[in-house]
Design a protein around this ligand. Structure first.
Ligand SMILES: Cc1cc2nc3c(=O)[nH]c(=O)nc-3n(C[C@H](O)[C@H](O)[C@H](O)COP(=O)(O)O)c2cc1C
Ligand SMILES: C=C(O[C@@H]1CC(C(=O)O)=C[C@@H](OP(=O)(O)O)[C@H]1O)C(=O)O
Length: 376
């Protein structure tokens, strides 16, 4: 079974992760993971923290000579910002510093976390609720991405909405050509210019923005996931992985919500024969039917809500005196949709790697290769 755990506070010394269940013999380097960590740090609308961090992974175990050993892979990303926070992070609730957070931000984990865990200093919640955790998550899940790429799958994403600006539908060629270079991962230059304007306006207003991105996976083998049990259905697993990303509030596969308003004749993908196999007339299912990949591209969209911390703060209650107050603000992103899209690619890749290993299991890459070729 492939699985991972992450640990670490946003302003703590480092983030760590352990990945268990990767077979031996997979090419894996820190540089490969660093490329994804760097992508995650980009995107117009991010706050001051991204100027401080330059995320680099250290592989601590499970890899030797650029190949996985089959043993647990552990890794670490140092928080460069920690040197600015070490005293605050060392202080307990008994010796509260001036950086104590006592006015919960609507939309963040502060109030629910306070009620659940009883911490008086909301920092004890926000440090772990923070999407800083997604740096460790991207590093861990990129190990899964390496596996699916080794077996020929390709994963990409692009931003299709920021606030009220929606990009026109894009061809995969356009996404590949434009989105990787664009500051917002949007495949349409005009839409991107309008999105940037909207982010600038939100910043001026002390407000924040969310949006929608799309993930596409190509060359997916038929038969990953299964219809036989709820927790083996790949669509459910992918949706769960995506919804676990901070601020993701909706996921749709293929036509998604649009399918609900159309008749079946305009939704379901007709089946034809090309002589050697089956081909489909369309891909409205987004590559998954009954929880099983059908060989078409996997197409998933996810919606991110606007960032919770506002420079023009919303009304809240001060937990020290019970009086109405303005929500806490130290520093924040205005919009982080492109970064979330990179995190989403990573978690989708990991879920696919997990489903791939369930189908073509093996302790080493050569053994899995044989199984893929039908030799064992
Ligand atoms: C890449 C990324 C960056 C984020 N940056 C911020 C931020 O700067 N300020 C903020 O309040 N929320 C930010 N968030 C969202 C919060 O982490 C999230 O809203 C919070 O943890 C509560 O979880 P929920 O929105 O899933 O309910 C970010 C999310 C992502 C994915
Ligand atoms: C640190 C990251 O994102 C952070 C996510 C985040 C939040 O509340 O989720 C709040 C901000 O943290 P800070 O208060 O330190 O500026 C973001 O910068 C990151 O993506 O690496």
């Amino acid at each position: 079974m492939l699985r991972y755990l992450t640990a670490g506070e946003s302003h703590g010394i480092a983030l760590t992760a352990i990945i268990e269940g990767m077979p031996a013999g997979l090419d894996l380097t820190a540089e490969y993971i660093n490329t994804q960590l760097s992508r995650r740090q980009q995107g117009y609308g991010r706050g001051g923290r991204m100027q401080i961090e330059t995320d680099k992974v250290e592989l601590l175990s499970g890899v030797r000579g650029g190949k996985t050993l089959g043993s647990p892979i552990s890794l670490q990303i140092k928080n460069r910002d920690w040197s600015n926070w070490s005293a605050i992070m060392a202080a307990g609730e008994a010796d509260l510093t001036s950086r104590t957070v006592v006015v919960p931000r609507p939309g963040h984990g502060d109030l629910a976390g306070h009620i659940k865990y009883g911490h008086q200093d909301l920092r004890n919640i926000l440090e772990r609720a923070s999407a800083r955790e997604t740096a460790a998550r991207v590093a861990a899940c990129t190990v899964g991405r390496r596996l699916i790429e080794h077996y020929g799958m390709e994963i990409t994403s692009h931003v299709i909405r920021i606030g009220s600006v929606e990009a026109p539908r894009s061809s995969l060629e356009n996404i590949k050509a434009h989105a990787p270079q664009s500051v917002l991962l949007c495949a349409d230059a005009d839409a991107e210019a309008a999105m940037i304007k909207e982010i600038d306006q939100a910043k001026e207003n002390g407000d924040s923005l969310g949006g929608v991105f799309e993930i596409i996976v190509r060359h997916v083998p038929v038969g990953l996931g299964s219809h036989v049990h709820w927790d083996r259905k790949l669509d459910g697993r992918l949706a769960g992985a995506l919804m676990s990303i901070q601020a993701i509030k909706g996921v749709e596969i293929g036509l998604g919500f649009r399918a609900a308003s159309l008749p079946g004749s305009q939704v379901h993908d007709e089946i034809f024969s090309n002589g050697t196999g089956f081909i489909r007339g369309s891909n409205n299912a987004g590559g998954i039917e009954a929880g099983i990949t059908n060989g078409e591209d996997i197409v998933i969209r996810a919606a991110m809500k606007p960032i919770a911390t506002l420079y023009n703060p919303l009304r809240s209650i001060n937990l020290e005196n019970g009086q109405e107050d303005k929500a806490a603000i130290e520093r924040s992103d205005i919009c982080a949709v492109p970064a979330a899209a990179v995190v989403a690619e990573a978690v989708v890749a990991f879920e696919l790697a997990s489903a791939f290993l369930e189908k073509f299991s093996g302790d080493s890459i050569p053994e899995i290769d044989k199984r893929c070729r039908g030799e064992i």
